[in-house]
Design a protein around this ligand. Sequence first.
Ligand SMILES: NC(=O)c1ccc[n+]([C@@H]2O[C@H](COP(=O)([O-])OP(=O)(O)OC[C@H]3O[C@@H](n4cnc5c(N)ncnc54)[C@H](OP(=O)(O)O)[C@@H]3O)[C@@H](O)[C@H]2O)c1
Length: 340
Amino acid sequence: MKYRSVIATRLGPPEVLQVVEHDLRAPTPGEVRVRVLAASVSRPDVSNRTGETLYTGTPLAKNKPPFVPGYAIIGDVEALGEGVENVALGDRVGVLTIVGGYTEVLYWSSDSLIPVPTSVDPVDAATLILNYIVAYQVLHRVAKVEAGDIALILGASGGIGTALLQLGQLAGLKLYGLASRRKHGILTQYGATPIDYHTQDFVEVLRQAEPGGIDVVLDGMSRVNSIRGGLSVLRRGGCVVSFGDPGGFPALFRMLWLFATTNLLPNGKSYKLYGTSPYFLGDKRPFLEDWATLFKLLADGQIDPVISETLPIIEAAQAHRLLEGGSVTGNVVLVAPGLA
Ligand SMILES: NC(=O)c1ccc[n+]([C@@H]2O[C@H](COP(=O)([O-])OP(=O)(O)OC[C@H]3O[C@@H](n4cnc5c(N)ncnc54)[C@H](OP(=O)(O)O)[C@@H]3O)[C@@H](O)[C@H]2O)c1
């Protein structure tokens, strides 16, 4: 029996993504075999493929070609290796793979599986494993928002941005968001005031609209100018949280300098950084708790991920073209044969 996956043959344009066939094998001890139902296509997948930007959450060795990109999947356990007792055949699971997700079959260690209810749609569920966990933790574990807080989202129309819109509305925030004009509809749908960053200066807009300052800036762009702008519109006690890819070491160093100077100065404002690396390096429990909360919100219909496009797993190259082309609002998800 065969299955297919998509490998990045080298770093470069979407065409470096090629479909390869493998023989199905039995899982090794401690491993499970997962039949992948859906794999999210995320901005870090694109960074891993191009190798042009620094994605700080990615252990660099993992995107050394040839490799299978794909940061997150949802699937069903179809075979158990010797000694596996924490999951059963047929269980639905999620995996934060970092790389390896663009595949019809995934072999993975049984101790890094995320429980997923079978009642939820696997395509929606795939967006919770990366984009929604980032949005949820940025809001509730880092910024620690409260109902009534005023928040600005930099990059509000993307995968994480739309998750922030939904979770922010649910948390009772007053929202502003930066997005290209053609995508403003999705912001207003979630009660946010859109700002077109191509034609408007968000600092001026917010100084007029919120003269007392705002509570939090949720920054998916990680550009030093917008972080400085974000800090300037905060009220005392407010914070900027950056979770975006700085796009290279020089920008990362500028951000770290800003981080040190902002937090050392007695200005009543703070600058915080977020990454998913604690899931791999530290305590997994906060992540597992937050995924459980998110799956409950999804099952209860309180969140409804924005899916712009679904494509078969083997069409990952086309999915990357779409994401890079800038036309996508929300998420692109790859799906198993039969679900496309
Ligand atoms: N820290 C972590 O653990 C973690 C995890 C996943 C992703 N990330 C990072 O988080 C960032 C966002 O990811 P994503 O998946 O949401 O990306 P995405 O879906 O590609 O969305 C990015 C959005 O940014 C907008 N944008 C581009 N230039 C902008 C600018 N100058 N000002 C404001 N908005 C701008 C685009 O919107 P318009 O089309 O409206 O212009 C686009 O919709 C990326 O840098 C990604 O690498 C971090």
